[in-house]
Ligand binder design. Sequence first.
Ligand code: ATP
Length: 210
Amino acid sequence: MRDLLPAAEGSQDLTVMFGGTFDPVHTGHVTAVKNILKTVPDIRRFIIMPAFVNPFKVHSTQRASAEQRLEMCRIAYAGLEKCVISDMEIKTGGVSYTINTLERIRAQYPYDRLAIALGGDTLKDMPTWYRSQDIIDMCSIFAVRRVRRSRINEYADNIRAMGGTVNIIDCDPFEISSTELRKRFSEGRDVSGYIPPEVVEYIRENNIYG
Ligand code: ATP
């Protein structure tokens, strides 16, 4: 795994974190990162952060192991400039709260501006997160639409009312979810076009989704 790049003292680089379960990682995840990178040239590093346990999915069963989700991310984002895959949450274990991870990233890059990247559905839920106000005070937000008819502006306004900075990335949504893909795998249906081919190969080799 590539280590996180060292921060220069006094830098005002922009470090963005993109967290998720990635069970499996799909083209929607990759396209979201590509679109943000294209729109925001002063990003220094994009940290892809697979959760050990997502606080909202404590009772749901993940199908791939933490190591497999990490490896799928490594494969999917390989070669994408500025992207680093972090095992911080997976190594830490337990429930992965975003504020804890951000505080550790802040300690690692004390001079950087921080941001998080997320999809519209996650933006909607953000005010309910553990210590959401602290997250909003600490970093800005890049949000991408997941579906065409999205109420993303309304969700962004909710965060702005809490004093947050939200940038909605103007790009076409890539409409797919990991849930839909797990279903397709279990039914033996086609997933091509929705998951990078190298990731599909890894999934089949390791017989992850049946
Ligand atoms: P599941 O269906 O299992 O809930 P998911 O497809 O929503 O999974 P996650 O790993 O939970 O994927 O999502 C991680 C982050 O990626 C979240 O911020 C989510 O909003 C965003 N995201 C997921 N799918 C897309 C997509 N198609 N386009 C843009 N962002 C997405």
